[in-house]
Design a protein around this ligand. Structure first.
Ligand code: GAL
Ligand code: ZN
Length: 651
């Protein structure tokens, strides 16, 4: 699967990914560089300057049309693409490839006027209004019909356009309307989805535990999306609604993709994901994409955001099992949507872009090419700022473009497979973060970051894997808070360790099944034997509370009453109770963290687990990251990011 070859017709074959990605790679000479381009916001003099500045900056790809529906279909069925023809032709002439958006992210105002029923409804019944963006109900057949019609027009018109490199469906599915359409249409769609999942009402009643609080349903029509209610809503209803919401948006994506696949079968398709969020089950989505795309906005004011970005990139690389991915958006400088928007000092943009490439990105694309004059994003940075070409920003943009172009072999090169992996599962994420739990502090992203961080600080690469993948290539598997788990996955995790793997699991794991029903017989249910212990009671800590360990350091957030049934204590609390344990299981070892050790102790625990696993760390100081990509001719390119100095070396 790894390695890059050439198709018989001479086209370059992507190292990993679908065959039609070759079309994308063929249009580029090096890492894709550019950004969202919205020429409809500008006049002809600016367009001429755009072409000149793109050339100067080394831009080779722009994403066009994301918010162009109103311009391209000013009235229902009255399509006008003349304006776009001119731009695509100009870009093709300038040697700039185009990632063409399907324009469906934001419908024109006329859709809401003619069909107010396409507007989404929140859990409390409030209908959202147009005037912003993404104001559409994911279940609306009317919206989908208009969207698909538009996509058909676009695909037919530009099928053979020389600039067309890649399709970009919608934009950031679920960014603004993720899980809150509760309109009648969505409710009916939810019922259909439930019928397909459960078949009978009896099965649903059993899965949802509806004998609790007199919730037993006698008719499908009685079931609603989880709308605002007097107290806690049924957790399994909520869980299914989150699954449904992800699936419903995926259906919108699929409807557009089906048109593109039919009209332009040779052009690869993507959509861009928002910075890591619970909204969409990305492992499920990624199966239906030729290449995964990601938008990333680390906060320059927050030093931890550098690591959090790295984790997001590891997830993107994991979605299609090590395939390079596209950084579709990041900011050259400040964003405009935080309370206080830090700028990026000199060198930071370059470091951010290279960080993504080091973690497997085949692009460094920005939001956006030219800073808008009006509208809600006029204070968001862009490659060409309000001040124009004579600015620090544009000079740095030009330097970076030139530098990336100097490393052509990186495009399509394969990120080296890590020896460690972290298990991430969206349905578990949803289940873990339900309300009415022992503590609100058991949160998925926080847990994932805390487990990934010690490896990151040691510059040890870590892949991110789903529950249904073969984990045997990995020596070390981190399993933070796997609260909801099927017996089958639990059995596979045990088999992984029995076969010699090292697993590190943390508290509040193995608690419920996929319907959020508790695995009976004592916590942590299906993991008792693997971990060699049982948990009698949870004892979450008060806000900010800590528990001293005997040998120094402290536990935070959570603790539990552990009974060891074979596991050896590695760390104990000051009163002698076990906090962190290790159990030999078959040929491997299973570690268990009954609390969240402070970062220094966490690093020490991970170092020891790494020793068990035989995972070595490179000799680099804290603050330096080294990642390797392997080029088609087998060359190993090392990218060294020095976050202390703000420098990058490639070679
Ligand atoms: C993204 C979005 C872009 C732009 C950007 C600003 O979420 O896809 O259109 O709004 O944020 O940071
Ligand atoms: Zn709806």
């Amino acid at each position: 699967m790894y390695g890059q070859g050439t198709f018989e017709d001479g086209q370059r074959q992507p190292a990993v990914g679908t065959a039609r990605l070759a079309h994308f790679y063929d249009r580029l000479d090096s890492i894709a560089y550019g950004g969202d381009y919205n020429p409809e916001q500008w006049g002809p003099e600016t367009h001429a300057e755009d072409a000149e500045l793109m050339r100067a900056a080394g831009v080779n790809l722009t994403t066009v049309g994301i918010f162009s529906w109103a311009k391209s279909e000013p009235a229902p069925g009255a399509y006008d693409f003349g304006w776009l023809d001119a731009h695509l032709d100009r870009l093709a002439d300038a040697g700039v490839a185009v990632c063409l958006a399907t324009m469906t992210a934001s419908p024109p105002p006329w859709l809401a006027r003619l069909h107010p029923e396409t507007l989404p409804v929140m859990a409390d019944g409030t209908r959202l209004h147009p005037g912003s963006r993404q104001h559409w109900c994911p279940s609306s057949p009317v919206f989908r019909q208009y969207a698909v019609r538009l996509v058909e027009q676009l695909a037919k018109r530009y099928a053979d356009h020389p600039a067309l490199a890649l399709w970009h469906i919608g934009n950031e599915f679920g960014c603004h309307i993720s899980r809150h359409c509760h309109c009648e249409v969505s409710t009916a769609a939810f019922r259909r989805w439930l019928r397909a999942r459960y078949g009978t009402l009896d099965a649903l009643n059993s899965a949802w535990s509806t004998d609790f609080w007199s919730q037993r349903y006698g008719d499908w029509e009685e079931i609603h999306t989880p709308r605002t209610a007097p107290s806690f809503r049924n957790p399994t209803q909520r869980l299914d609604y989150l699954r449904f919401s992800s699936d419903e948006l995926l259906d919108c994506y699929r409807a557009e993709k089906a048109v593109l696949d039919a009209v332009t079968p040779g052009i690869p398709v993507t959509t861009n994901f928002v910075p890591l969020a619970p909204t969409l089950d990305l492992f499920k989505w990624a199966r239906e994409m030729d290449v995964v795309s990601y938008d990333s906005y680390p906060d320059p004011h927050d030093p931890d955001s550098v690591h959090e970005a790295a984790f997001g990139y590891d997830v993107m690389r994991g979605l299609r099992d090590g395939q390079p991915w596209l950084l579709m958006e990041h900011a050259p400088g400040a964003v405009n949507w935080r309370t206080r928007n830090g700028r990026k000092p000199r060198g930071r943009m370059r470091l951010d872009s290279w960080q993504a490439v080091a973690h497997g990105a085949d692009s460094a694309l920005f939001f956006q090419w030219r800073q808008s004059r009006g509208g809600a994003e006029k204070f968001h940075s862009a490659m060409v700022p309000h001040g124009g070409r004579e600015t620090r920003m544009f000079r740095e943009v030009t330097e970076l473009g030139t530098e990336l172009a100097d490393h052509p072999a990186l495009l399509g090169s394969v990120p080296e497979r890590a020896e460690s992996a972290l298990l991430l599962d969206w349905p578990n994420w949803w289940a873990l973060e339900q309300d009415a739990h022992p503590s609100a502090d058991a949160a998925m992203l926080d847990a994932a970051h805390a487990h990934h961080r010690p490896l990151y600080d040691a510059s040890v690469p870590c892949d991110v894997v789903p529950v249904d993948r073969d984990w045997s290539p990995y020596k070390l598997l981190l399993v933070p808070n796997l609260y909801s788990v099927t017996q089958e996955t639990a059995d596979r995790l045990s088999a992984y360790v029995a076969a010699g793997g090292t697993l590190l699991m943390s508290y509040f794991s193995g608690i419920t099944d996929e319907y959020d029903r508790v695995h009976l017989g004592g916590y942590p249910g299906p993991f008792r034997e693997l971990l060699g212990l049982s948990v009698e009671e949870f004892d979450p800590l008060p806000e900010g509370g800590t528990l001293r360990f005997g040998g120094g350091g402290e536990g935070t957030l959570w603790s539990e009453e552990l009974t060891l049934e074979g596991a050896a204590p590695i760390l104990t609390y000051a009163d002698g109770r076990p906090a962190v344990t290790r159990n030999a299981h078959g040929a491997g070892h299973a570690w268990y963290l009954g609390t969240r050790p402070d970062p220094v102790t966490m690093r020490a625990v991970l170092d020891r687990a790494r020793l068990d696993a035989g995972v070595r760390a490179p000799e680099v100081p804290l603050g330096v990251q080294v990642r390797t990509r392997i080029t088609s001719d087998g060359r190993r390119v090392r990218i060294r990011l020095d976050h202390r100095e703000g420098t990058v070396t490639v070679g």
